[in-house]
Write a protein that binds this ligand. Structure first.
Ligand code: SAH
Length: 427
């Protein structure tokens, strides 16, 4: 379920151990993991040691998670910045304040990241939740100008996973690897009828304990109702941009701004856990637009899914990116950090698009700027390269995250259920 920072046992007394974690001594219960010795490394959650791990792996996880940046002395920064940071813990920030944070540079930008990191750590500790995504079809009836899967793109090879294969891959992810939240994503593909989608969800839920999030686009209320009844818990459905005019430009046919929000509304009414958000760095998008995206996301989302726009081959926006990759990366990190300050409790995954732009350091930087979840790709290899929303998708260190971040122990699903219930009712 979650990766936590490893701790080293420094003393032992029957069922209790004192452990050292990032320079702080903590007491944990060790009766679930007999045979531990002083000097051993463990992973623990909520004061319970869950498993022993090797010193080598502990070092690797610490490198993935630990913050090695220099602490910024916030007192040297501008009064305006300090006021906004202080205000963020007592009230909602306004649009102009969010714009200020999104425009920060140098020391103020670094301070924004570290404030968000502190907020994430103090509210959510070092729980990094791991979600798996299976991209089961790249057929799409929509024509979003930015997306490589758009209907008009005749140059990509299309695929559909058969129902049995989707169910089997989901079961494998849960049973063999320990995933507890899976996103099933596709283009808007009506080959899968409402009944088929419900059948897929039902078959997975019947055989294993897992939360299923559906990301299948603008289907009818009835479809979402059937999927909910079949056992789906959440949706991943971005509003893409909160700027209505820009939305219209990007979706000259098909998707409609009002419908997008109508859909979110009925999804919420149906009791879905809502993952939504926007694209960052779209042609014509301003910082004010991004501030509105943040305000809109925090209003609707239990989990915020936002990521950089990456020009995709064979789309009208193939050559239309005014913003450089590094600028988009920084902007994305500032969006994450600002959202974390606005909503201490919200779930923010690092999305693959950010990892693709930012390279090997992207995941770590995002986790240290307020993100608290990962979305790992579980699409079978033979299809993975064909799911070309954009090109050259990035993968890294999935093994270490899967080996140590996913607990197969009895009871961990119930723990997650508790968390999800809380997250769902907070909004
Ligand atoms: N069909 C589903 C989801 C599939 S695409 C739906 O409509 O909800 C998932 C997300 O990929 C989209 O919501 C969009 O925000 C993102 N996306 C599409 N093209 C992209 C691009 N070129 N760069 C980055 N993200 C993109």
């Amino acid at each position: 379920m979650c990766l936590t920072i490893p701790a080293k046992i420094i003393s032992l007394n029957k069922n209790k151990a004192a452990v050292l974690n990032g320079g702080i001594v903590k007491e944990v219960n060790v009766f679930l993991t007999p045979g531990l010795k002083i000097g051993d490394w463990i992973l623990y959650v909520s004061d319970f040691a869950l498993r022993k791990i090797s010193g080598k792996d502990a070092k690797e996880i610490i490198e993935l998670l630990e913050d090695s940046r220099k602490k910024i002395n916030i007192s040297n920064l501008s009064v305006k910045f300090k006021n906004i940071i202080a205000a963020s813990s007592v009230r909602q920030l306004g649009r102009a304040e969010i714009v200020y944070l999104l425009n920060t540079k140098g020391q103020e930008k670094e301070a924004l990241f570290s404030e968000a990191n502190i907020a994430r750590k103090s509210y959510l500790s070092d729980f990094i939740c791991i979600h798996g995504i299976i991209e089961f079809s790249n057929f799409c009836g929509q024509d979003c100008l930015y997306c490589g899967l758009r209907n008009q793109n005749r140059k990509i090879k299309r695929y559909r996973m058969p129902v049995r294969e989707i169910v089997q891959k989901a079961k494998e992810a849960v049973e063999k690897k320990g995933y507890k939240i899976l996103v099933l994503q596709s283009g808007e593909d009506y080959f899968y009828t409402d009944e088929m989608l419900a059948e897929i969800i039902g078959a997975i839920k019947k055989s294993c304990r897992v939360f299923i999030f559906m990301s299948v686009g603008e289907r009818s209320r009835d479809c979402y109702k059937k999927m909910k009844q079949a056992g789906a818990s959440g949706v991943l459905f971005r509003f893409e941009t909160a700027n209505q005019k820009l939305f219209k430009k990007l979706h000259p046919r098909g998707k409609n701004f009002k419908n997008r929000f109508e859909s979110l509304k009925f999804m919420k009414e149906l009791g879905y856990f809502i993952a939504t958000g926007s694209l960052i760095g779209l042609p014509g998008q301003t910082t004010k637009d991004l501030a509105d995206d943040i305000l809109t996301a925090q209003k609707w989302a239990n989990m915020v899914s936002m990521g950089p726009f990456i020009p995709a081959k064979n789309t009208p926006l193939e050559k239309r990116s005014q913003t450089s990759n590094s600028k988009k990366t920084e902007l994305n990190l500032k969006m994450i950090a600002t959202l974390r300050l606005l909503r201490k409790d919200i779930r923010i995954p690092v999305v693959t698009a950010l990892e693709t732009l930012a390279g090997a350091s992207g995941r770590k930087r995002a986790l240290q700027s307020g993100a608290n979840a990962l979305m790992l790709n579980l699409t079978p290899n033979k299809y993975r390269q064909l799911y070309k929303i954009y090109d050259n998708k990035f993968y890294q260190k999935e093994n270490i995250w899967e080996n140590y971040g996913l607990f197969k122990r009895q009871g961990s699903y119930a723990m997650l259920e508790e968390r999800m219930k809380k997250e769902l009712t907070r909004n």
